[in-house]
Design a protein around this ligand. Sequence first.
Ligand SMILES: *Cc1c(COP(=O)(O)O)cnc(C)c1O
Length: 397
Amino acid sequence: MAWGGAPPGAPPDRVRVPLSQPSLGPSERAAIERPLESGWVVQGPEVAAFEREFAAWVGAGSAIATTSCTTALQLGAQTLGLRQGDEVVVPGFTWIASANAIEHAGGRVVFCDVSLETWNLDPRSLERALGPRTVGIVPVHLFGRLAPMEPVLALARSHGLWVLEDAACALGATRAGRHAGTFGDAGCWSFHPRKSITTGEGGMLAVAREGAEEAARSLRDHGVGGPAALRGQLPDYSRVGFNFRMTDLQAALGRAQLGRAEALIARRRLLARRYREALSEVGWLRLPSEAPDGETHGWQAFVVSVEVEPPRIDALDALTSRRDALMFALADAGVETRPGTHAPPLLSAYRGRGTTPRSLPGAAIAQGISLALPLYPELGDDAQAYVCEKVRAFAPG
Ligand SMILES: *Cc1c(COP(=O)(O)O)cnc(C)c1O
């Protein structure tokens, strides 16, 4: 039995359920034939079509394809006017790229705390993190659950800040029919293989601000554009830009994935519901909360936690060792899991700034107790039942 396919060299009958796996089939194979046939492999017609189709899918005016969500975030922050030393608030529990992109764009990240109920930013902590140098907020729709956009947008309005949404995990997450990534001034998505659709590596940026799109396209392409170009002369380069261009090979793949996105996300939703049904009786296990009425969850990941008692920061080590024990027990049974994500302020890259587990207890606890269970469209019913059986068999110490 090897539902996920055994890794090279593994004993052939050992069960292995991977954490995640991209869903690639005949339509993806056929799609990448197009640039291979035409010989046009850099940014070209496939990227232009992918941008149009993606923008229509999420309901954005337009979209700009990039090499990753990290570079989309960096481009977005620069396009919204981030300057050297400006402060931007980022939740303390997220993939480290949400913070790195801001720092690479010249900003300084200030972290706010998160809620263990939703894994998303806590609006009260966000408000406390705002200061005289704050220029923007990066709400993250973690694991496909929409961040609390109403308080985020209200704070942004009252303090004159921009909002750059990190919707890396949130394709398919909506509220009243509106997609994550289209609430603020700009939004970014990821097409890394662990996300709901993939281009290998890749990202997308949608900017809602008038006039910002031209700047983002220019910055993506070495800063091309400007007055001379308009006069039909040699192209001018009016900004110090980047090469953040997606290739047509990636975009062709992305178009095939986007064509299946509805079905891929529906399958994730079904699997998430099955996990909830199969595991709701496990007293020590906290399941991720469902999206409230009027919202849909994108279910990029199904992130649980081991909670024998309410988690307190002074018990962090004990909490973490229980989570790790579950992770090791599942690994022994061939089930791959991973901590939900990181608390970047507690990682070495940001530790010098004075954050301690006690100053951001939600983020510290989330990093210590969260665990992502296998979730991907091709996870079969038997494999999922096996994962649930192994979780139920665990006895937390
Ligand atoms: C995956 C992820 C990113 C980065 O996406 P890449 O496309 O890998 O650069 C950023 N933020 C969050 C929350 C993510 O999960």
